[in-house]
Design a protein around this ligand. Structure first.
Ligand code: PLP
Length: 365
């Protein structure tokens, strides 16, 4: 095998090596089928089995009861920014409430505003998105069509430690960058969506989990491809689904169940990895400055700054010489961002930590 570097990319993110090895095996010829995984029909027995297994694995991992539907759609999380209000806000005599804790939540608001009234309950923009609100800072409206929030803001690296309590109003969550990173109580949610390419697989598939009672809100005259009910009825195969992506998500769920032992286990590993970096940041005497406030820190995306932009550039250059790659922060906030998704090995985080200690010793003023 050609050497693999430490890949801290925010997305598409790192995948588990055993999953990549299975893909490699199946790339030329699937066992029994004799054709490549890239060539096989979504109507084949092989794909139907994959689809059934990924559904079953997700139900097991996330404890999803039968009144929730699991869909694999296309268009990414960005498309859900529109599809959600088209289905759940259009024609409703009520506004939708949004909690904005970073770049992605702000984009979701922009699309929802095209469909109806949006109330922004809380916006972290003026504070440069360094934290999530506490429950006591939020006042929910019982008449809202739904409440939307982003469990983990991938760019700023701020994450809700626990979802807000919104009472009986349907809670809608963009979980793109911490989906399957930790256990959560599905019964508190009306709809969850996640682009696969952060923590669940390659780009191409978007997972949408929707509670049955929300379907009653959907207008009857929607375009076919925009209507969640059609995708449920057609088991995400109304049009050609992203066969390869769904197959890889299935392998990742299998890896989580069999190799890792479920979401409680992976959460332990994720906390361990994140602590390695945050503890170092806290002990660096201000050389490394974390973007997020302590109580809002993400276990998936660790965003931080160095004393000067020039030093950040040197950091990136020298990191790459140590096989530590894609650490550049998003252009909107700069600095450094280490994305340490489920599949990121502990050794890679350890390697980054060792490099950070060495770098500080060599460059502190
Ligand atoms: C990456 C990301 C998106 C955008 O996902 P696409 O699949 O590229 O549309 C939206 N929300 C969050 C939280 C993300 O991390």
């Amino acid at each position: 095998m050609t050497k693999r570097v430490h890949n801290f990319s925010a997305g598409p993110g790192v995948l588990p090596v055993p999953v990549l090895e299975t893909i490699q095996r199946d790339m030329l010829s699937l066992p029994k089928a004799g054709i490549s995984v890239l060539e096989i029909s979504h109507r084949s027995k092989w794909y139907i089995e994959i689809y059934e297994e990924v559904q079953a694995n997700l139900r097991k991992l996330l404890n999803i009861p039968s009144n929730y539907h699991i869909l694999f759609l296309q268009g990414g999380a960005n498309f859900q920014f529109s599809m959600i209000p088209i289905n759940l806000l259009r024609g409703q005599n009520a506004p939708a409430d949004y909690i904005v804790t970073g770049t992605w939540g702000a984009k979701a608001v922009k699309e929802a505003q095209r469909e109806g009234e949006v109330r922004v309950l809380w916006n972290g923009k003026d504070d440069n998105f360094v934290r999530v609100p506490k429950q006591t800072e939020l006042t929910f409206n019982s008449d809202a069509a739904y409440v939307h929030f982003t469990s983990n803001e991938t760019i700023q690296g701020v994450e809700f430690p626990v979802e807000p309590d919104v009472g009986d109003v349907p809670l809608v969550c963009d979980m793109s960058s911490d989906f399957m990173a930790r256990p959560f109580d599905i019964s508190r949610y009306g709809l969850i969506y996640a682009g696969a390419q952060k923590n669940a697989g390659p780009a191409g598939a978007t997972i949408v989990i929707i509670r049955d009672d929300l379907l009653a809100k959907i207008p009857d005259d929607l375009h076919t491809m925009l209507d969640y009910r059609i995708h449920i009825k057609k088991e995400s195969s109304y049009n050609t689904p992203p066969v390869f992506s769904v197959y890889v998500v299935m392998l990742v769920t299998r890896w989580l169940l069999n190799d890792i032992g479920g979401l409680a286990e992976v959460a332990k590993l994720n906390h361990q990895k994140a602590s390695l970096l945050y503890n170092l940041i806290d002990e660096s005497g201000g050389f490394y400055v974390g973007h997020a406030q302590t109580d809002s820190r993400s276990i998936m995306n660790v965003s931080f700054n160095l004393p000067t932009p020039e030093l950040e550039q040197t950091f990136l250059t020298e990191a790459a010489q140590h096989d530590l790659h894609t650490l550049k922060g998003h252009r909107s906030i700069g600095g450094i961002r280490a994305s340490i998704y489920n599949a990121m090995p502990l050794e890679s985080v350890q390697a980054l930590r060792d490099f950070m200690i060495k770098f500080q010793a060599e460059h502190k003023t």
